[in-house]
Ligand binder design. Structure first.
Ligand code: NOJ
Ligand code: CA
Length: 682
């Protein structure tokens, strides 16, 4: 069903007031469908627009400025008059082709405010608000007009003035390591320049996440704290132009969004706001993509056993590839990732992205033979395209490479952009090479170009060193996963490795933005040079339920899985596509428990992780179907398990459970628990 949008008179929800000249004066406002949240839009005596948000009448976002700085014309920020508003009510449910749940309700009230400059040239700007029961989105829309056709945006002046004292979880923006930082937890008034999603907890008990949705042909929004708790948008720079964004009217900016919840668990559920703010699927029938698990020639390089480069320890040889294909076929993994299969890895590949060739195999790797062998075993190969950040080189080869992969039956590509922030090389409009940010407008176009070229050939994309996720999987469902945070690789060689608090922090920050290719399942619990992974073995299993992605790796070496056949059984069985997701409990940075229902059976799965603290978590099995008995296959930390001293201690047991039963999860420091609830007859 298409969206049903009804324009109705929201008499109760809308109030329109005449513009008054003197002080900031509300000109329009709108409530959420349940009347909990309210957004008001004001103009001050100088015609400067602002907005404010209340929840049950209490300020959540104080008066916050709106506006756009232009590089070649006076800024769009003052001298506006209110030229009317329209409202809409929207309520419909849509289906995800794959995801954390099958259906999502999109229910909001919309307010479109028209602003016109009071003096010539009389430029017009619309600001559109969508108010949900659990958050808001708003964006600027540039109407078609002679007065402002080519729009050169120097920056956005959008503010978020948080009304109540708050604690923030945030990572830096505009830094060399892109999105791969541990999150800071500080008072909100100590944030400097932050990426989104940025999550806060207010003194009066609200949890809020600031982020953006539908980042298309635009530069990413960083958040700069200006004074007190006032955050201000700062767009990632362009390296080619003074303007950070260049567009032609009519167009709309990405949505600026704020999730507003009363618990961390609700915050996770409310992240559907981001998907709802994105446009519906533009790719039509995408049933050719099926969520899957994969193994691959990957961890061996990160721990230094094999190399990406050719030589005596080259990982991606035809021989190794066939062994991994055999392992995948034997254990039911549909896909195999192979890194280091192509030419360009020899020498300092970090610095020489220009050497990568995306169709030419390394001398000891026969791509045709490997894909033929995979096909004979019912397995597919994930192509790996590391660009070293040389996007100019990649774009020159993109179409030929994807044609080849399609011809050979490869249906997924993992891309990589290993270059420091600001170090992407791309070709400008003038043909010269520029050094760009991963999250610049030019790169937002590049990442999407890769996705749309892939879609034409029925190829799914998993982006590493990506631009941040803003929910584009709704519109482009073959953009199935990204990295964009510290993944398992940091446990191999990171200094420091990921601490136990990392996962319960990113669940409520990075993971609110979309699927994360974390690459879990390292049951051997050791990285490079003996570096310990700060995890128990049960926690590695729990990650399959806690971290969502439709494609999930079993990252460890086959010989390590052979040592732990019983825990490995859970990895083989756990699905990667869900019809329902519930967050049973959670405290940011400390613990979280998920329950998810398999899309293709009646089974449920549970995953819980904790920080460095041993804890017990009571859970009630009220998500199970009533009238049915389930066999709970429990993988839990042993009584004395501890990631530091006793990480391999695991208890695997079965018991019969029914809806409403209570379980107590017992998590070791750095531990976790995973449960499969196998549905019995009713
Ligand atoms: C960084 C990616 O995150 C990782 O998965 C990959 O193995 C290396 N780059 C090499 O491309
Ligand atoms: Ca990475």
């Amino acid at each position: 069903m298409n969206a049903i949008v009804r324009a109705i008179c929201l008499c109760a929800a809308l109030f329109l007031l005449p513009l008054q000249a003197a002080r900031a004066q509300a000109v329009a406002g709108i409530f959420s469908p349940d009347h909990t949240l309210h957004v008001s839009v004001s103009l001050d005596g100088n015609g400067r627009p602002s907005y404010a948000v209340t929840r049950n009448g209490k300020p959540v976002i104080g008066d916050s400025r709106l506006g756009i700085l232009l590089t070649d014309a006076p800024k769009l920020e003052r001298n506006f008059t209110y030229a009317g508003a329209e409202t809409n009510h929207h309520d419909h449910t849509w289906t995800q082709p794959w995801g954390e749940e099958s259906t999502i309700r999109n229910h909001y009230n919309e307010l479109r405010v028209h602003l016109t400059e009071m003096t010539p040239p009389g430029r017009r700007l619309d600001i559109v608000f969508r108010v949900y029961n659990y958050g808001i989105g708003f964006r600027y829309e540039f109407p078609d007009q002679k007065q402002l056709h080519d729009v050169h945006i120097g920056d956005e002046l959008t503010e978020f003035d948080v009304a109540q004292p708050a604690t923030a979880w945030w990572e830096p923006a505009g830094e060399w390591n892109r999105y791969e930082y541990l999150y800071n937890k500080t008072p909100l008034d100590q944030v400097s320049l932050a990426n989104t999603p940025l999550t806060i907890h207010t003194a009066d008990g609200l949890y809020m996440t600031f982020h953006e949705a539908a980042l298309i042909n635009y530069s990413s929004m960083w958040l700069r704290r200006v004074t007190g708790q006032r955050l201000k948008a700062m767009l990632a720079p362009s390296s080619e132009y003074a303007a950070k964004v260049i567009r032609t009217a009519p167009f709309a900016t990405p949505w600026r969004m704020i999730e507003i919840a009363t618990s961390p668990a609700a915050l996770y559920a409310d992240a559907r706001l981001e998907l709802n703010l994105n446009a519906p699927n533009k790719e039509g029938d995408v049933s050719w993509f099926k969520p899957y698990k994969y193994v691959g020639i990957w961890w061996a390089m990160h721990i230094g056993k094999w190399t990406w480069s050719t030589g005596p320890h080259h990982g991606a040889t035809t021989k190794h590839a066939k062994e991994y294909i055999d392992f995948a076929a034997k254990n039911g993994f549909p896909e195999v990732l192979i890194e280091g299969w192509n030419t360009g890895w020899d020498g300092d590949w970090f610095a020489n992205g220009k050497d990568f060739n995306f169709t030419q195999s390394a001398p000891d790797f026969d791509l045709k033979a490997v894909t033929d062998y995979a096909r004979s075993k019912g397995v597919k190969i994930i192509a790996h395209n590391e660009t070293g950040g040389d996007v100019a080189n990649y774009e020159a080869q993109l179409e030929a490479a994807f044609d080849l992969y399609q011809k050979l039956g490869m249906d997924s590509v993992k891309t990589g952009y290993v270059a420091d922030g600001g170090g992407i090389q791309l070709r400008g409009d003038d043909g010269k090479i520029y050094y760009a940010w991963h999250d610049s407008q030019a790169m937002s176009r590049h990442y999407l170009k890769v996705v749309t070229e892939a879609a034409k050939r029925h190829i799914a994309i998993d982006t590493h060193e990506p631009i941040k996720d803003t929910g584009l999987r709704r519109t482009y469902p073959n953009w199935v996963a990204r990295e964009g945070a510290r993944g398992m690789e940091y446990n191999a060689w990171g200094d420091p490795p990921n601490p136990p608090s990392h996962i319960p922090t990113i669940v409520f920050t990075r993971m609110l933005s979309g699927p994360f290719d974390y690459t879990p399942g390292v049951l051997s619990l050791v990285g490079k040079n003996g570096q310990r992974i700060q995890s128990t073995i049960a926690r590695q299993l729990a990650l399959y339920v806690v971290i969502y992605s439709p494609i999930v790796m079993a990252a460890d070496l086959p010989e390590n899985y052979a040592k732990y056949p019983k825990p490995f059984q859970f990895i083989k069985e756990v699905p990667t596509d869900w019809s329902e997701t519930k967050v049973l409990n959670g405290k940011i940075g400390h613990y979280v428990t998920f329950a998810r229902k398999d899309r293709n059976s009646e089974d449920w799965y549970l995953g819980a992780v904790t920080d460095n603290t041993r804890r017990t978590l009571p859970v009630t099995l009220d998500f199970l179907e009533s009238g049915r008995t389930y066999t709970a296959e429990i993988y839990r930390d042993g009584a004395k398990a501890d990631w530091k001293t006793n990480p391999f201690s695991i208890v695997i047991e079965k018991r019969q459970v029914r809806r409403g039963d209570k379980l107590t999860l017992t998590l070791a420091p750095g531990g976790g628990e995973a449960i499969r609830f196998v549905a019995g007859a009713k």
